[in-house]
Design a protein around this ligand. Structure first.
Ligand code: ADP
Length: 373
């Protein structure tokens, strides 16, 4: 009979609203009190008006909206025990021991730390008289389920899209289509920078979907020392073959084989200097994460929220935390801790420019899951 809370944290992603709506309604369907925590972990730390009990109609008209209606924030205090202590107290006061966190790897790491620390937080509150013995006993465990909200599709697990990726891909493909129609009129070459942090999925998938001539992604740097020559030879060949336009996509985290970042502006200059193409560059930027959520993200968010509630209500104290999602046409459950650890290893190796280790950490099957040979 313990209450359920849902919050969105870290970078916003289209489809997060579908998660919140689905959690609220499924929770109510199962006769639980459901709270929405506004502004991510900041709301948990602040309590008061930021943890609001939700009714059925509070989540109407939000399934299609982009971003997150209940807000997201980066919260320094939650990284410290003091902040988590305040969060624990606010949850216990409301009888909440079931939490659904929709966010990226940072947010889910925080959630896991909170779960591991829960007993000691509760004991500190009890011994200082801030919660009663009865409360400490009743709320001795906390259950956490993760839904991955991230446009980057950067979570390391098999064949499951993160919430927001599909919408971002639609935005990117629309933008590339628009640019390509003008590029084709003037026989231009366009270099487009695509979001994704350490992950090249958006650039890769958008490149395939728009027939880009060249794609730079962090996961597969050119094997050549002199990638500039390889790129130019390819573009030159395309032009000589009669292509009216050339499109080059550069993922935000793209690197060369030495781990050096590949910058959009540099690529443009190389093409101008070596080929003399009329070359323009565009950084797509925040357009990629905005707008209405796509059909798939609404579906994915809705299903994930419902799965999360169902799973929570069946969770026993000894069960490990889980991430829920959809893989192909099936329900997918992934272990939270292992998934986050693998994801953070990729980011760490990439930051250290240890490209081989990053590929290893991504898992041997990642190319297959991205449909790369
Ligand atoms: P994302 O969830 O998109 O990866 P961040 O890494 O910024 O975004 O994390 C979002 C929030 O999650 C942080 O502002 C912080 O409040 C919380 N968080 C992240 N990492 C930790 C951690 N190691 N311990 C506690 N809280 C964390």
């Amino acid at each position: 009979d313990h209450a359920v809370a849902v919050f969105t944290s870290g970078g916003d992603a289209p489809g997060m609203n579908a998660v919140v709506r689905s959690v609220v309604r499924c929770g109510i369907h199962h006769a639980r009190d459901v709270f929405a925590v506004y502004e991510g972990y900041q709301g948990l730390v602040d309590g008061a008006g930021k943890i609001r009990k939700m009714e059925w109609t509070d989540v109407q008209m939000m399934i299609y909206k982009g971003g997150t209606v209940i807000g997201s924030a980066r919260c320094k205090e939650f990284r410290e025990r003091e902040g988590r202590l305040a969060a624990c107290k606010h949850l216990v006061d409301r009888g909440i021991t079931n939490i659904i966190c929709c966010g990226g790897d940072g947010s889910l790491t925080g959630a896991n730390i909170f779960k591991l620390e829960w007993a000691s937080l509760l004991e500190e509150l009890r011994s200082s008289g801030r919660v009663t013995d009865a409360q400490a006993q009743k709320y001795a465990n906390i259950n956490i389920i993760g839904c991955v909200g991230s446009i980057d599709n950067d979570m390391v697990y098999d064949g499951t899209l993160t919430i927001g990726t599909d919408t971002a891909l639609h935005r990117i493909v629309d933008a590339i289509d628009a640019v390509q129609s003008t590029a084709s009129s003037h026989q231009r070459t366009f270099v487009l920078e695509i979001m994704g942090r350490h992950c090249g999925y958006l650039a890769w998938a958008a490149g395939v979907a728009t027939g880009a001539d060249y794609i730079f992604i962090p996961e597969a740097p050119s094997k050549h020392d002199d990638w500039e020559s390889v790129l130019c030879a390819k573009l030159d060949h395309q032009r000589k073959r009669g292509a009216r336009l050339c499109t080059v996509l550069v993922a935000e985290g793209a690197i060369d084989k030495f781990g050096k970042p590949i910058k959009t502006e540099y690529v443009r200059q190389v093409i101008i200097d070596r080929l003399g193409h009329d070359t323009r560059s565009t950084i797509l930027g925040h357009v990629q994460r905005g707008g209405y959520a796509s059909a798939y993200d609404r579906f994915l968010g809705s299903v994930s929220g419902a799965l999360a509630v169902e799973r929570l209500l069946r969770t026993k104290p000894e069960d490990a935390s889980t991430i829920v999602g959809v893989k192909g046409y099936s329900v997918a459950f992934n272990p939270l801790v292992e998934t986050i650890e693998a994801t953070q290893m990729v980011a760490k190796h990439t930051e250290q420019l240890d490209f081989e280790a990053a590929i290893q950490a991504r898992g041997k099957d990642f190319k297959r899951h991205w449909a790369i040979q």
